[in-house]
Ligand binder design. Structure first.
Ligand code: GLU
Ligand code: ASP
Length: 486
């Protein structure tokens, strides 16, 4: 028999998915590295001239919608398109979204672009990770390693993006930056199409649970109804010029709280979920809530901490000038550096390694500490003096050590605890924690002012540490519900 060609000892399809997601994340994080500055920079400098507070809130709402939409993307792939096509169409929408932002059409372009990227990412992100799962049988021992390699791909994209898009976007012109993001997604699409023809030709090509003709009719009717409802809800406010960014932000924040409640209630009441599976859903709830707190802090890396980078740190380090967007490389850089360390550590500890719920608690405490650390610059030097960028570097380092304890572990525990009947939506449920966290961030950002930054970091960091400790104290009952899954 011909020996199977592999990529780092993994199925060849992993290489295709790795690079597709790497380029998609390159375009996403590249765009995000400059977006906040583009929004609040003065029109004369090529920005949109929005107030800083609004710009930060839009970053969060946008981040929230991008992950919330994976519920829709998961559903479309399950019932209409299959993951393979969903990823491709999603990529096209994302590329168009960046192209729109590369045009000098101002605020309308921003909103059209956001819409395209939200729907596109909804179609692409959870499906591309789902396809990674499809490459392995359930008991293939390469599965976890495959996911770690894939997570590295995400972060290599996230690492290159602020360097290339950030420098060109901030030092030359924002629109050039957004064009580079579009080109990145284009390369990813070509690569997916060409390489995927051989490596993914039989992976997830059909919907798993296709709609019948009658269901299709009901579906399209429901789409029309939802659009009408939205028109009724927002139409009058828009027509009379009262549709403010604030109304929209509040609406999404409510959705961010409501959606997980809806999902968990649905799982706990479904007759397709066995009593044993329901216990696991119950155990998953505290982990999910902790993940919301964790992502809330982690995602502020590209909003509140981006302001810290621009306004509070000295713009040179060892004599070299650093554009603020470059700080966005720190998160993915530390993920790339620390992943091998943590894989080694968990392997070395073997069965003595902390259980999932304890790893989550450690992750939260570290995230909290990374914020508590940022209380010090204003306490020591006041808020007028710019401080060394190393404060931010150390803060990101601690945060990412926490991410290593929570994020990859979270992905795998989600796939293990999700009930069978909800399997296809599993990754969408995990992304929902990140979506909710950013819906909450859009609200708490209001409490941030440069004058009171120390208090802000102290309270937010303190909450994360306390939640981490509570989770640690609750580890026994959680473990009883989880059973013997590691
Ligand atoms: N930062 C990761 C990504 O962009 C993880 C997001 C999450 O799992 O919430 O894929
Ligand atoms: N660490 C983020 C996600 O893991 C990526 C980033 O912020 O660039 O994978």
């Amino acid at each position: 028999m011909e020996k199977e060609k592999t990529f780092l000892g993994q199925p060849r399809g992993l290489s295709t998915l790795f690079f597709t997601e790497m380029w998609e994340r390159f375009s996403y994080y590249g765009m995000r590295a400059i977006l906040v500055y583009f929004m609040y920079d003065a029109v004369a400098n090529g920005g949109l001239g929005l107030p800083k507070g609004t710009a930060v809130a839009i970053m969060s709402i946008y981040g929230s919608l991008v992950y919330m939409s994976s519920i829709v993307g998961g559903w479309i792939s399950d019932r209409l398109l299959g993951s393979n096509k969903s990823v491709f169409y999603g990529g096209i929408l994302i590329m168009l979204g960046h192209i729109v932002l590369a045009t000098p059409l101002g605020i309308p372009a921003l909103f059209v672009s956001m819409m395209l990227i939200v729907i596109g990412t909804g179609l692409l992100k959870s499906n591309v990770s789902g396809m990674v799962g499809h490459l392995y049988s359930k008991d293939d021992i390469r599965r976890d390693a495959g996911f770690s390699i894939f997570y590295m791909g995400i972060n290599i994209g996230g690492l290159l993006a602020p360097i290339i898009v950030g420098i060109l976007g901030q030092e030359v012109n924002y629109h050039l930056g957004f064009s580079i993001a579009a080109i990145g997604m284009f390369i990813g699409l070509v690569q997916y199409y060409v390489q995927g023809k051989t490596t993914l030709k039989s992976v997830a090509i059909a919907p798993t649970n296709p709609l019948s003709a009658a269901e299709k009719k009901t579906f399209f009717r429901a789409v029309v109804l939802v659009l009408l409802a939205l028109a009724v809800l927002f139409g009058p406010a828009a027509a009379t010029g009262h549709l403010s960014v604030d109304i929209f932000i509040n609406f999404i924040s409510v959705l961010g709280i409501f959606l997980p409640i809806y999902y968990f209630t649905k799982m706990l009441r479904s007759k397709d979920v066995t009593p044993d599976e329901k216990k696991k859903v119950l155990a998953y709830i505290p982990l999910f809530l902790s993940a919301i707190v964790f992502w809330s802090l982690e995602e502020q890396g590209s909003s509140i901490l981006a302001l810290f980078a621009a306004d509070r740190t000295q713009s040179t380090l060892f004599g070299i000038n650093i554009p603020a967007s470059l700080y966005q490389t720190l998160n993915p850089l530390f993920v790339v550096l620390l992943t091998p360390v943590f894989v080694w550590l968990w392997t070395k500890l073997g069965s003595r390694q902390p259980r999932t719920e304890v790893k989550f608690a450690i992750g939260l405490v570290l995230a909290g500490l990374s914020f508590l650390l940022l209380m010090l610059p204003s306490l020591l030097f006041g808020v007028e003096e710019r401080v060394s960028p190393l404060w931010l570097v150390l803060s990101f380092f601690i945060m990412i050590a926490g991410e290593m304890c929570l994020s990859p572990v979270g992905l795998s525990v989600t796939t293990k605890l999700a009930p069978k009947a909800f399997e296809a939506q599993t990754l969408a449920i995990w992304l929902l924690a990140d979506a909710s966290s950013q819906a909450i961030n859009a609200q708490i950002a209001r409490f941030y002012t440069p004058q009171t930054e120390g208090m802000y970091y102290g309270i937010v960091g303190g909450v994360a540490v306390v939640v981490g400790i509570i989770l640690y104290l609750a580890r026994k009952p959680i473990r009883n519900l989880i059973g013997n899954i590691h």
